[in-house]
Ligand binder design. Structure first.
Ligand SMILES: Nc1ncnc2c1ncn2[C@@H]1O[C@H](COP(=O)(O)OP(=O)(O)OP(=O)(O)O)[C@@H](O)[C@H]1O
Ligand SMILES: [Mg+2]
Length: 456
């Protein structure tokens, strides 16, 4: 350990003299990582990237550091950029393979691994190969050839297997509107302008050559009202609401998911006006373990052409989508005319929290409640967290009523009393969002996150 300390100090001193030396910085970070000082390594690498944002060696080491920290998504974002570069070093494909494996994307991981070995056979890693279930003799095979997997890693349907039927999609008529949504004034305005007004005045919009219908993509931390707002939008215009978890659509075999998706859009078109809401829309871009690499370009293309309404008209079909991980979305989604606007749905601010609490407490027995006092004490709480506060307070009151035999109205202190147990849940999301906003903020798409975190 003593020797290591000396090396560490020597590297630190050297780096102070030549802070631009990214190889040195990366070595120092690796040494720190090997000693388990991951946070310090991360900090050092990020400082380096602030100076030299395109340094490959720093990026690759930071990705490794994120992997060790357990933040596989952040590591993947960095490595995906690295492997896109021309003349990408084969070892980055190995790194990519490891991360894909951790994400459960086995077919792609195998491809990445084979690609690396094809470029440099010395990179062969028996442990990784075993984890990927690659036979040593298979390594010499060209990396794309696998008869059961197409060029995007999707599985061909075995002969004789019957395709799954398209899932049926349940329609709902929400009996709520924007009045039931606390805060979110800007979002409501955007939805009104872009989606609701065109629907109410179709002639006007058509006269200007505008399509009636539209699409918006919301992103943000969990529990902050994305799904709730989508449902309220349907209620607001008295339209049908179809909520689709993309995992319902995705099928592991080539072609089936596309059919499901088409059936879904057709169904929505028949039932216009309606709101078609795609939850977890990022699942489209990134294949996951549970659907065995079924997505990919075809499905994305199918989704985009349905969105564009190439083959049919989407008049009266409002398309809303939500995700917690916009960074996993294929950039093609953001081309003009599609989800060109990413709407950030932040945790509610103080005023919005008071408004949400009012809504959540509507109709419940209560004395004069000091909403602002509770709002003040619930910074960083999501709408869902506030709901937990109210639910807990109500439970407490019920218990009291049962023992006393008489129901008591809710008071401010009942709600404040729950704050010992209910804690805000949005912090972990921001911890990773912050990294994307700092290192993958092309075209400023995540400026809203930086603004929220007061980092700009
Ligand atoms: N603005 C709001 N007004 C009233 N209630 C809200 C609001 N935001 C959230 N809530 C409450 O919090 C619950 C959770 O919100 P919702 O499910 O819409 O979050 P989400 O952003 O879709 O989360 P996830 O990313 O986990 O899907 C809602 O069912 C609702 O009760
Ligand atoms: Mg949701």
């Amino acid at each position: 350990m003593f020797e290591q300390d000396e090396t560490l100090n020597a590297l630190r001193e050297a780096l102070e003299l030549t802070p631009e030396n990214s190889v040195l910085r990366s070595q120092l970070a690796k040494l720190l990582m090997s000693r388990g000082q991951l946070e310090e390594a991360e900090k050092l690498l990020r400082q380096g990237l602030e100076r030299q944002s395109t340094s490959e060696v720093l990026q690759a080491t930071l990705a490794e550091c994120y992997r060790k920290l357990g933040n596989v998504s952040a590591a993947l974002v960095i490595v995906e950029e690295l492997v896109k570069r021309p003349n990408c070093k084969p070892q980055y494909f190995i790194q990519h393979a490891r991360l894909l494996l951790l994400k459960g994307q086995l077919a792609q991981a195998v491809q990445a691994y084979r690609r690396a070995i094809a470029d440099n056979p010395e990179l062969a890693d028996p442990d990784l190969a075993a984890a990927l279930d690659i036979q040593p003799s298979g390594d010499a095979e060209p990396w794309r050839e696998d008869p059961d997997v197409d060029e995007e890693g999707r599985i061909r349907m075995p002969a004789g297997e019957i395709p799954q039927e398209s899932p049926s999609f349940e329609m709902e008529k929400p009996d709520m509107g924007f009045d039931d949504v606390g805060g979110m004034d800007d979002l409501k305005k955007q939805i009104r302008l872009k989606i609701i007004e065109p629907m109410k005045h179709p002639e006007l919009y058509r006269a200007y050559g505008k399509k009636v219908g539209g699409s918006l993509l919301m992103y943000g931390p969990p529990g902050c009202g994305k799904t709730y707002l989508a449902r309220a939008t349907a209620g607001e215009i008295d339209a049908a609401f179809y909520s689709v978890g993309l995992h319902d659509v995705l099928d592991m075999y080539i072609g089936n998911s596309e059919q499901h998706l088409h059936a879904l859009f057709e169904n929505a078109r028949e039932h216009a006006p309606c709101v078609l809401f795609f939850d977890e829309v990022d699942a489209l871009g990134a294949s996951r373990a549970d659907m065995r690499a079924s997505s990919g370009r075809h499905l994305i293309n199918q989704f985009l052409s349905e969105l564009d309404g190439v083959d049919s008209v989407n008049d009266g079909v409002l398309i809303l989508a939500a995700t917690n991980a916009p960074w996993h979305l294929d950039p093609a989604f953001r081309r003009p005319g599609r989800f060109d606007r990413l709407l950030f749905v932040p945790p509610p601010d103080r005023q919005a929290r008071a408004a949400i609490l009012r809504i959540l407490l509507r109709g419940k027995p209560q004395t004069e409640i000091d909403y602002d006092a509770i709002a003040k004490k619930t910074e960083k709480f999501s709408g869902a967290d506030l709901k937990a506060v109210v639910d807990q307070a109500v439970e407490g009151k019920l218990e009291e009523a049962l023992t006393r035999g008489t129901p008591q109205p809710l008071e401010t202190r009942d709600l404040l009393g729950t704050l010992k147990q209910v804690k805000p849940s949005t912090a972990p999301w921001f911890a990773s969002a912050r990294n994307y906003a700092m290192y993958a903020n092309e075209g400023g798409i995540y400026d809203d996150i930086l603004d929220y975190l007061k980092m700009r």
